[in-house]
Structure formats: C-alpha cells, structure tokens
Design a protein around this ligand. Sequence first.
Ligand code: ADP
Ligand code: 5GP
Length: 213
Amino acid sequence: MPDRRGLLIILSSPSGAGKSTLARRLRDWDPSIVFSVSATTRARRPGEEDGKDYHFVPEATFKQLVSEGGMLEHAHVFGNFYGSPQKPVQEAIDRGCDVLFDIDWQGAQQIRNSSLGAHTLSIFLLPPSIPELRRRLEGRAQDDADTITKRMQKSWDEISHWDGYDFVLVNDDLDATEAHLKTIITATRLRRMQQPGINAHVRHLQTQFEEQT
Ligand code: ADP
Ligand code: 5GP
C-alpha cells in the first residue's frame, strides 16, 4: 500500500469563473496530480485536444460506457453528456496520486455518494460578481453570443449548489485563489485517512516506547 491515499479533488463553478485556469496552475504546481479527462458528446472547440482536454465521443459510445459501468459519474449539461471515466481514477488513487476533476455539481454529488466519497475534497469557485462572470466568458472568446447567453442563464443553477462543497472561494484575484487552493490541498493531504502508512509508524513508536520503559 502506498504511504498516501490519493484525493479526489473536485472543482466546480459556473462556467467562466476560472476552473480550467486554476486546474492548469495546480497541475503546473504539482505534476503528480492526475487530471481526470472527461468524456463528452459536445463538439470540440478550437484549441482543444482530443484525449487531453476531453475524450470527444459520439452519443452511442457515451451511453455504452455508462451502461457498462465505466463512468464514475455522468451528467447532462448544456444539452450534452459529460462523464468521468472510472478506470484512470481508480488506477491513480491506487498509486497514491491525487485526481483533479473539473465537473459540475451533479457529478460532484455522485462522487461524494460513491464508494470513493470519503476521499473527496470539493471546492466551489464563485465569481466576484455576475457582470464580471459575463466579462470573463466574453473575454475567453471561445463561445458565440448565443452560447454565452445560455451559459449565463445556467450560471445560477450551478451557483445555487455552492453550499454542498467542503470549501468555497471567491475567485477575484487569481494569484490569491491559487494560493488558497494550494493551502487547502496541502492541508487535506495530511488528513489521517489520507496517510495509511501512519498506522505502521505509530505501531513502531509504540514498540520503541515499550522497549525503553
Ligand atoms: P471555467 O473553466 O470555469 O469555465 P476559465 O478558467 O476558462 O473558466 O476562465 C474564464 C476566463 O476568465 C478565462 O479567459 C480566464 O483567463 C479568466 N479568468 C479566470 N480567473 C480569473 C480571475 N481571477 N481574474 C480575471 N480573469 C480570470
Ligand atoms: P465545458 O463545455 O465548458 O467544457 O463544460 C461545461 C460544464 O460541464 C462545466 O461546468 C464542467 O465543469 C462540466 N463538466 C465537464 N466534464 C464533466 C464531467 O465529466 N462530469 C460532469 N458532471 N460535468 C462535467
């Protein structure tokens, strides 16, 4: 058994609040963090790479994966299916690596209720204001005006689930949010249940203690 038990780190927010930007920074900070590459039926956006940003799959393939029990969680978001493949997550956790998820509240809820629920760390990102959220979606220049309007309309749906998360951060200053995320992850890695090797250490201390008394 590895000395550490991996965490399932879940980042959720309304679209445009900063999940992907912060996920990138966390992976640069600690390359041992495995990013869970979701499968989706939505179309690939310019600049996105199949297998890196998402596994872009047809609806029939997605549904087959779900029916075979291959998804840790899945949801219908903005008219498309999204899901987290189970196998790479289990493999990473077994190696003692943390897995980072950029998923919505429905997925977060399913993972929390799964057999891996005890090992989740969930963080919700709030935008500093609704006008700023719109500015970020427009500034990202990835979506047409219609899609941005849809994402803005859906933002409250997502925000209304903020209180189901372990931590909530207002992503105003990006560097400050990044620093808070690192602090939260560093502390959670030290939870007793994330350190299976600690039992053996305590037994060893006990032996030494008994020998000297
Ligand atoms: P999400 O993944 O949640 O949809 P992104 O990470 O794509 O959001 O961020 C949306 C846009 O907002 C991007 O252009 C990103 O550079 C910008 N952004 C993210 N965080 C901040 C921040 N704290 N301050 C200003 N701009 C930000
Ligand atoms: P986008 O289309 O902007 O990449 O993602 C839209 C929304 O789907 C975001 O809120 C994102 O977090 C969510 N999402 C992405 N992948 C998954 C997934 O595997 N499962 C769930 N439940 N949501 C996902």
